[in-house]
Design a protein around this ligand. Structure first.
Ligand code: UDX
Ligand code: ADP
Length: 468
């Protein structure tokens, strides 16, 4: 059992910090959990009826605990002072400048947190890295903490990476395959294990050294992403040979040594973790003088770039080599279903390619706004050249709009591109969609979500990833 005095602070109220702390607060009503963030509007949203992130089941968990033992605030220093366990759940994006640009993780936010903790800490604190970090970051965190202004302040640093996947965060937190805790102090490890032990079977709480824990998180994501890139590589071969990628995936997935998960061919993987973590791993390998290992893992990301580009190329080629001034309905913009997260979504890349071909895009995603779409496109197009050209700005302003339903997006369209596997796309009245479109009506299924045969019978010209 955890000690009754346990009081938790979590710095960073994002996709990881928010749901994780909500679950801890729900399961441990006697532990006060303060989630703090410098982003005022995000905290205001956590305190409102419209949470800043969409995650099935999350509203209920937050409602149960909020105001009881779960609090959201911008007062970072007060939360640090009163807590005895402090989670660092801030963002660690890929660096966009300087040494390691495009690969290394930007640890600026983690370092700022550590400095903030050092400044306000009094007494003993357990500092827990929740964000995904390069191996040996804990070393830097420890050194910064050791410069604490208050000489009564002492620290233990633990690594406790989050394995939840977006869209299933609540389920994943409720019944995790495992909880991983890495550290040097057995007492600190046991105290954190006792918190999870309230609802997680002790056998599923793995205790390791700090570096194994940090590296396991990167490795887990690299292995998962590698599977998606492997099946996507095979999808190209399927299209060339007449094999069907779903049949191949099913055939190999029944081999218990391989297993069925993460074998769904797609327009490419996205999300805040996979690409970032693999590039981070690549950078680490280079840093430690292992260029062959770096090249091996980098290929997983290059394969993903190829898959996204392959999809947009297929759209242009199939539509008589031009999409200029053609309206294309984009179904789904989030990086996968059941989330409003668009970070690194393959949809951003496909839309960029189609805009460069001068297509007019009408986007429908049940959880993504026009503002978010434009922000992502501006970000991608800017990061490529350092500046946003006038031409790109104009394309984003004039050729991108959103619709408020999937069928509304298709009126007068030459094509539909399915980029996120939202369930609602399966229940569309495709007869009326077909009649509202220009002919030939093309449908590009980047998620192998829809029934190709049925659509072809209606009259659609269907392209699906990994199907010839
Ligand atoms: C991932 C890890 O799964 C999670 O454990 C880690 O903590 C964070 O990173 P997440 O990014 O939320 O989670 O999504 P995930 O479900 O892993 O999917 C990542 C991407 O791969 C998505 O774009 C998804 O559409 C794609 N994918 C996944 C496929 O294309 N095919 C598959 O079979 C599985
Ligand atoms: P993740 O998906 O890893 O949770 P997010 O970007 O969704 O990443 O969330 C990270 C959060 O951390 C953001 O809301 C950001 O404002 C917050 N954050 C970053 N740096 C600090 C800091 N020094 N103090 C408090 N909050 C921070």
């Amino acid at each position: 059992m955890s000690e009754p005095s346990t009081k938790i602070c979590c710095i960073g109220a994002g996709y990881v910090g928010g749901p994780t702390m909500a679950m801890i607060a729900k399961q441990c009503p006697d532990i006060e959990v303060n989630v703090v963030d410098i982003n005022e509007s995000r905290i205001a949203a956590w305190n409102s009826d419209l949470l800043p992130i969409y995650e099935p089941g999350l509203d209920e968990v937050v409602k149960e605990a909020r105001g009881r033992n779960l609090f959201f605030s911008t007062d970072v220093s007060a939360a640090i002072k009163s807590a005895d366990m402090i989670f660092i759940s801030v963002n660690t994006p890929t660096k966009t400048f300087g040494i390691g640009t495009g690969r290394a993780a930007n640890l600026e936010f983690v370092e700022k947190c550590a400095r903030e903790i050092a400044l306000h800490a009094d007494g003993h604190k357990i500092v827990i890295e929740k964000s995904t970090l390069p191996v040996r970051t804990a070393e830097a965190v420890k050194r910064i903490l050791s410069s604490a202004s208050n000489e009564n302040a002492t620290f233990d640093v633990l690594s406790n990476p989050e394995f939840l996947a977006e869209g299933t965060a609540v389920e994943d937190l409720l019944a995790p395959d495992r909880v991983l805790i890495g550290g040097e102090s057995q007492e600190a490890i046991d105290r954190l294990a006792a918190v999870y032990g309230r609802w997680v079977n002790p056998e599923n709480i793995l205790k390791t050294n700090l570096w194994s824990s940090e590296l396991s998180k990167l490795t887990a994501n690299a292995f998962l992403a590698q599977r998606v890139s492997s099946i996507n590589a095979i999808s190209a071969l399927c299209e060339a040979t007449g094999a069907d990628v779903d049949e191949v995936a099913n055939a190999i997935g029944t081999d218990s040594r391989i297993g069925p998960k993460f074998l769904k061919s797609s327009v490419g993987f996205g999300g805040s973790c996979f690409q970032k973590d693999i590039l981070n791993l690549v950078y680490l390998c280079e840093h430690f003088g292992l260029p062959e290992v770096a090249a091996y893992w980098e290929q997983v990301v290059l394969m993903n770039d190829y898959q996204k580009r392959r999809f947009s190329t297929a759209v242009v080629k199939t539509m008589f080599n031009t999409v200029s001034d053609k309206k294309i309905a984009i179904w789904g913009f989030a990086f996968k279903k059941d989330t409003n997260d668009t970070r690194e979504s393959p949809a951003i890349y496909v839309c960029r390619d189609l805009l460069e071909e001068r297509a007019r895009l009408t986007i429908y995603d049940p959880k993504v706004s026009l503002e978010q779409v434009k922000q992502e496109l501006v970000y991608l197009m800017t990061s490529e050249n350092g500046t946003l050209s006038e031409k790109h700005r104009q394309l984003i302003d004039e050729n991108v709009e959103v619709a408020d339903s999937a069928s509304a997006a298709t009126t007068g369209a030459h094509a539909i591109a399915v980029l996120t596997e939202w369930d609602e796309f399966k229940d569309i009245d495709f007869h009326s969609v077909y009649s509202s479109m220009k002919k030939p009506a093309f449908l590009f299924d980047g998620r192998n979500l829809l029934d190709r045969e049925k659509l072809s019978k209606i009259g659609f010209e269907v392209y699906a990833t990994g199907k010839s």
